[in-house]
Write a protein that binds this ligand. Structure first.
Ligand code: ZN
Length: 559
C-alpha cells in the first residue's frame, strides 16, 4: 500500500512498485485536500510505462497496472511528456514567429528604403515580388507591414510638403505609385486630401482647397491637421480680391537658344530679330513679370456664358485673385518648330523625359544632341511655376497656338503617308497630353498660317477643315482662334461667322496694348507682341511688363 500523501514524485511511485516483485502497487487512501486526482501507474508490456493521474471522472486513458516483472523500457511521467510537448510546440512557434518577424522586418525595411529614395517603381516591383513569393494568406501580413511603412513615409512627406521642404512632384509620384500598388495605408485618403488641397491653395484656388478638406473631414472627423488646414484656406479665401482692372495678354514665338546661329546675317536673321526673343531675354522678362505682381490665368477665366431672359451671352466672369496680383494671359505662336527654326539655333521639338515630363530636344551648333529644360518657354515656365506657384492661378500656364502644315511641336503629323507617321503622331500625342495635364492649353493658328483678312472664305474653309483633321484630332476641341499674322476680320464678316460656326468664340489679334471686347457670342482680344520689334521700336509701351534695356540680349543686333 502506498499512502498517497507520501507520493510526491512519480519516480518514487514507480520505483516502489518495481522494487516490490509480485506486488501490485495499489493506491488508496484519502486524497489530500488540495488534490483532485489520484496518482496511478499504468502502461503496457513493451511500452513505456506511464505514471499519471486518473481523475475522479476518469482520464480517457485505459489504466493498466504495471506488471512489476516486466522491466519497462522507460519511465515517462505523463505530465512531463505533456510539458515537453507543449514546450516544444511553444519553442517552434517562437522560432517561427521570430523568423517571420525578421523576414517581414527586413522586407519592410527594404521597401521603406526604396520609398525614401524616391524609387517608387522599384518599390512597386519589390512589393509584387515579395508578395508573390509568399504562400497564400501570409502576403496579407506583408501587405499590412508595407501599408504601415507607407503610412509613415507619406506622413513624413506630407509634413515636408506642407512646410515647404519637399515639392509636389515627388509627393504626387509617390501617391501615384501607391495607387498602382494596391496598398491602402490607413491614412492614404487624408494625405491625398492634404496634398491636393495645399497644391490648389498654392495656386490661389482656395475654394477648391476648402472643398477637398471638407470632404476629407467626413472620413476623418475632427482630425486636427485637416481642421487646421481648413481654417487656413478659409482665411486665405476671405483675403482674395475681386479683380476689375485690365487683363493683359502677351505672346511669344519659340525661343532662340543659340543667338549666334540666329543673328548670323543669313536671310532669316532679320525676321528672327523682329519676331523672336532669346532664352536669356525670356528668363529676364519672366522674372520681371513675377516681380511686378502678374499671375498667369487661363483665358477662360475672363468670360462665362450667362442667360438673361432666355438669351445666352458671353460676359466677364468674376475673377478673385490674391491681393496685388494682376492677371496675365500668355500665348506661344507657331510652336511647331518649322525647318527654318531648327536650322537657326532654336529647339527641334518637345519630348517627354523618362519621368514623363516635357523637355526640349535640340542640337547644339557643334552637332551635339541635347535634352534640356532651360531652352524653351514651356519647360522654363514649368520650372518657374513649380518654384513660384503664386505666379499661376489654378495652375494655368499658357496657350500654345498651332498650325498644321509642318506638323506640331516638332513632329511630322502632316506627313500622313510617311512610314513614320504613326510613330510621329503617337509621340506628339503623348507630349500634348502631358502639356494639357500641366496647365497648357491649345489654340488654332490656322493650318497653313494664311492671312485671314486677305484670303477668301473658301480658302479659310479649306484651311480650317485641314486644321481640324490634322491638328484638332490631336489636341481636342478648342474655342480659341489666334489669327496668323494677327490679321483679323470684323465680327460681321462671313469669315468670322464661319469660324464661329466651326466652334471658335475667342478671337485673338495683335496690338501694342490690351484690347478686350465682349460680344454676345464671342470675345475679341488683342495680344501684345513681345519680340524684337517691340524691344527696338516700342520699348516705352512695355514698361508695365519689363524694362527693355534690362532684358534685351546684348548679342541682338539693332533692327
Ligand atoms: Zn504665327
Amino acid at each position: 500500500m502506498i499512502e498517497n500523501d507520501l507520493i510526491n514524485d512519480y519516480f518514487t511511485l514507480f520505483y516502489m512498485a518495481y522494487m516490490t516483485p509480485g506486488t501490485r502497487p495499489q493506491v488508496s487512501g484519502k486524497l489530500p485536500a488540495n488534490r483532485k486526482t489520484t496518482p496511478y501507474i499504468f502502461g503496457k508490456h513493451d511500452e513505456p510505462v506511464n505514471i499519471g493521474y486518473i481523475t475522479e471522472r476518469g482520464t480517457g486513458m485505459e489504466p493498466n497496472m504495471v506488471n512489476p516483472h516486466e522491466k519497462p523500457v522507460a519511465i515517462q511521467p505523463v505530465r512531463r511528456k505533456q510539458y515537453s510537448a507543449v514546450l516544444f510546440i511553444f519553442l517552434l512557434l517562437i522560432m517561427g514567429w521570430l523568423g517571420a518577424y525578421v523576414y517581414f522586418k527586413a522586407e519592410t525595411n527594404r521597401f521603406s528604403n526604396l520609398l525614401e529614395q524616391g524609387e517608387y517603381s522599384e518599390a512597386i516591383d519589390y512589393y509584387r515580388h515579395a508578395a508573390g513569393f509568399l504562400p497564400g494568406g501570409s502576403e496579407k501580413w506583408l501587405k499590412g507591414r508595407f501599408e504601415g511603412a507607407l503610412d509613415v513615409r507619406l506622413e513624413e512627406m506630407v509634413e515636408d510638403y506642407l512646410s515647404n521642404r519637399a515639392d509636389y512632384s515627388e509627393l504626387s509620384s509617390c501617391l501615384k505609385a501607391v495607387s498602382q500598388m494596391s496598398l491602402a495605408p490607413a491614412h492614404l485618403k487624408k494625405y491625398q486630401a492634404l496634398v491636393e488641397a495645399e497644391h490648389a491653395s498654392r495656386f490661389s484656388d482656395e475654394h477648391r482647397a476648402i472643398s477637398i478638406v471638407e470632404k476629407a473631414l467626413e472620413d476623418y472627423p475632427g482630425d486636427a491637421l485637416l481642421e487646421a488646414q481648413l481654417a487656413r484656406y478659409r482665411k486665405r479665401a476671405a483675403e482674395l480680391v475681386l479683380y476689375e482692372g485690365p487683363v493683359q495678354h502677351i505672346f511669344f514665338h519659340p525661343l532662340i537658344v543659340y543667338p549666334e546661329k540666329a543673328f548670323d546675317d543669313d536671310r532669316m536673321a532679320r525676321g528672327l530679330n523682329e519676331f523672336m526673343v532669346t532664352v536669356r531675354e525670356f528668363n529676364r522678362i519672366l522674372a520681371s513679370l513675377y516681380e511686378k505682381g502678374y499671375i498667369l490665368i487661363d483665358i477662360h477665366e475672363i468670360f462665362e456664358e450667362r442667360t438673361n431672359n432666355g438669351r445666352t451671352e458671353l460676359v466677364r466672369k468674376e475673377l478673385w485673385l490674391p491681393k496685388n496680383r494682376k492677371p496675365l494671359i500668355l500665348s506661344i505662336d507657331d510652336l511647331n518648330f518649322y525647318p527654318y527654326m531648327k536650322e537657326n539655333g532654336m529647339n527641334q521639338k518637345l519630348v517627354l523625359d523618362s519621368d514623363g515630363n516635357v523637355a526640349a530636344y535640340l542640337i547644339s551648333p557643334e552637332g551635339e544632341e541635347i535634352t534640356a529644360y532651360d531652352t524653351e518657354i514651356v519647360t522654363i515656365l514649368d520650372r518657374f511655376v513649380a518654384e513660384h506657384p503664386d505666379f499661376s492661378y489654378k495652375g494655368a500656364k499658357g496657350i500654345i497656338a498651332l498650325t498644321g502644315f509642318n506638323g506640331v511641336l516638332g513632329y511630322q503629323t502632316n506627313a500622313i503617308s510617311s512610314p513614320s507617321y504613326a510613330a510621329e503622331k503617337e509621340q506628339a500625342l503623348a507630349v500634348i497630353m502631358r502639356l494639357q495635364e500641366t496647365g497648357w492649353s491649345f489654340a488654332s493658328h490656322g493650318y497653313g498660317h494664311i492671312d485671314t483678312a486677305r484670303r477668301s472664305l473658301s480658302d479659310l474653309i479649306e484651311d480650317t477643315e485641314k486644321w481640324k483633321v490634322e491638328v484638332e484630332s490631336l489636341i481636342g476641341p478648342t474655342d480659341v482662334y489666334i489669327y496668323p499674322y494677327g490679321s483679323t476680320v470684323p465680327t460681321t464678316d462671313p469669315r468670322f461667322k464661319y469660324l464661329q460656326q466651326s466652334g471658335f468664340r475667342v478671337f485673338c489679334g495683335v496690338g501694342p496694348r490690351e484690347y478686350l471686347r465682349y460680344y454676345p457670342d464671342s470675345l475679341v482680344m488683342d495680344r501684345r507682341h513681345i519680340d524684337g520689334i517691340a524691344f527696338w521700336q516700342q520699348p516705352e509701351t512695355l514698361v508695365d511688363l519689363f524694362t527693355v534695356s534690362e532684358v534685351i540680349d546684348p548679342v541682338r543686333p539693332p533692327l
